[in-house]
Structure formats: C-alpha cells, structure tokens
Design a protein around this ligand. Structure first.
Ligand SMILES: [Zn+2]
Length: 290
C-alpha cells in the first residue's frame, strides 16, 4: 500500500485542506437522499419528512453560514474546496456561484445528494446522475469539477470505476489513510486518486442534531472538538500527510463553531510548516509522484 507523504511545495511538512459540503436542504430531506434513507428504513420518515424545520436549517447554511465561512477564508487568505449537490446549483445559482467567484474549488457532491452505495444494482442510474450533475456544473459555472465526494461518504464496489470513466481526477469519500492513495486498493483497474476523509474530522459527527428519537442528538463542546482536530492536524502534518477537514455551512456557520475553525486555522499557520491547498491542487501535485 503506497501513500504520498511528500515532498510538498515550498518545502512544507504537510498539507491542510479545508473542505465544505454545501448540502442546503438535501442532507435532511426525505426520499432517496442520504440522511432521509435511514429514518425511512426505520419507519420513522414521517418524523423528518415534510416539515419546514429541517429545510430551514439548510437555508441557515446557505444564507447565514456560507457568507460567514467565505469571509473567514478571505480574511485568512485560504482557498478551500466546496462540494455541492448539482441540484443546488440549479436552485441557488447566484449564492453558490459566489463560492467559485471567490476562487475556491467546486467539487461534485452528487445530483440530489443521492446515496450511491444504494445504487449498486442500478449502475446506469448512477452513471446518469453523475453525468447529469457534471452537465449542470458546466452550464452554471462553465466548468466540470475534477473532484467527487459521495454524499453518503460511501460507495459501492462499482463506483470507483464509474468515477474514473467519468473523468474525475480524484475522489474524497473513503477512509483508508491520512495521505493520498490510489483507488486501486478497491479495484485494480482504477488508478484515480483518493483524498481520504474521516468522521473524526467532520463537524456533522459532533454537531448534527435531529430531534429524538429520529437520529443524532448531539451537541458536543466545541472545545473538545477543537482538541481532537488539533491533535489530528498535528499528527497528520508531522507524518507528511494531508489533513482534510469537512465542515457544513449549516453546522459550522454557527458562531461557536466558526470560532474553533478560525482557531484551528491559526494553529496551523503558527506551525509554519503547513501548506494550505485545495484538494485539486494536492491531487495535481501527487498525480505523477505516487
Ligand atoms: Zn453532503
């Protein structure tokens, strides 16, 4: 098993990638979308479907959290990677185009936040959704994302091959390392890069709240989350890897969470050996060196 752990540009020891999944309503909505699927299987879907409560939380992310996050990154001079379900580009083109116009990378986060691991028996449907999403990005932004992040942070055995066929440079949905590796780990025919993630570096795992008894009921102390993220960042950077943090505007856009994100950025800057980069920049650096 080969990981890429440097050398990095500017002689930096390791890399920090700040990524944001801009789900708006889709992470919470009913139907085939990711988070809607579990309550449905448990027969609890009526508790989460239909009400305006969950939808309004998505709008909080879009209209309050996102501008604050963009302002923070601008203040710190950092370029991030934003994964967006393409349907959101159709619904909120003006708000989401601002991300691209600020110079950040846009990644493909499905069309309607579909749970691709559940499409194993419908490969044609999975391919069609991938292509549909890419065409929406082309028409709304004039570009096709080179990065993919599965909405459910999961995929079927066939997904890596379909991503490679669709022309993606990298995926960022799986967990098998702290540094880039190739998806050949799962399918020898697939050479695409994986930019690994982890639930411990995802704000949703600590802060995503649904009214009991449906799903999550979590309000962690941000201070303890900050300590986990800082320890992970230090460990991954010391090992020459890529610390990839995932935040959601509807979650980390809240003030008490934005504060730990800013402190984490300040900590990384203060080390003096961290390269901030987008996942695309990392993938292009690693592509011919791994
Ligand atoms: Zn998502």
């Amino acid at each position: 098993m080969k990981y890429y752990q440097g050398p990095w540009p500017e002689n930096r020891k390791g890399v920090v990638c700040l990524t944001f999944d801009v789900d708006v309503g889709y992470a919470y909505a009913k139907g085939t979308q990711t988070w809607g699927a579990l309550p449905k299987r448990l027969g609890l879907d009526t508790l989460v479907a239909g009400g305006l409560s969950v939808e309004s939380r998505g709008y909080y992310g879009l209209y309050s959290g996102l501008p604050r996050i963009l302002a923070l990154l601008d203040r710190k001079g950092i370029t991030g990677t934003f994964f967006i379900p393409a349907r959101n580009m159709e619904l909120y083109p003006q708000e989401l185009r601002a991300i691209h116009e600020a110079g950040h990378e846009i990644g493909n986060h499905g069309y309607e936040h579909e749970a691709v691991e559940q499409l194993e028996r419908s490969p044609a449907k999975e391919t069609a959704l991938l292509e549909k999403a890419q065409s929406v990005f082309r028409s709304t932004l004039g570009l096709a994302p080179v990065g993919y992040r599965s909405p459910a942070w999961d995929m079927s055995r066939g997904t890596p091959g379909r991503l490679q066929q669709a022309g993606f440079l990298y995926d960022s949905s799986l967990f098998a390392g702290d540094a880039p590796y190739r998806l050949s780990l799962y399918d020898p025919a697939v050479q695409m890069l994986e930019m690994p993630i982890d639930w411990s570096k995802d704000d949703a795992a600590y802060f995503l709240f649904f009214k009991p008894p449906v799903m999550f009921a979590q309000f962690h102390d941000p201070e303890s989350v900050f300590r986990i993220w800082r320890a992970e960042l230090d460990g991954v950077v010391d090992a020459g890897g890529v610390f990839t943090l995932t935040c959601h505007p509807s979650i980390s856009g809240r003030f008490h969470r934005l504060e730990i994100l800013e402190r984490l950025i300040d900590h990384a800057v203060s080390r003096g050996d961290v390269l901030f980069a987008t996942l695309e920049q990392v993938a292009r650096h690693v592509q011919d060196r791994l």
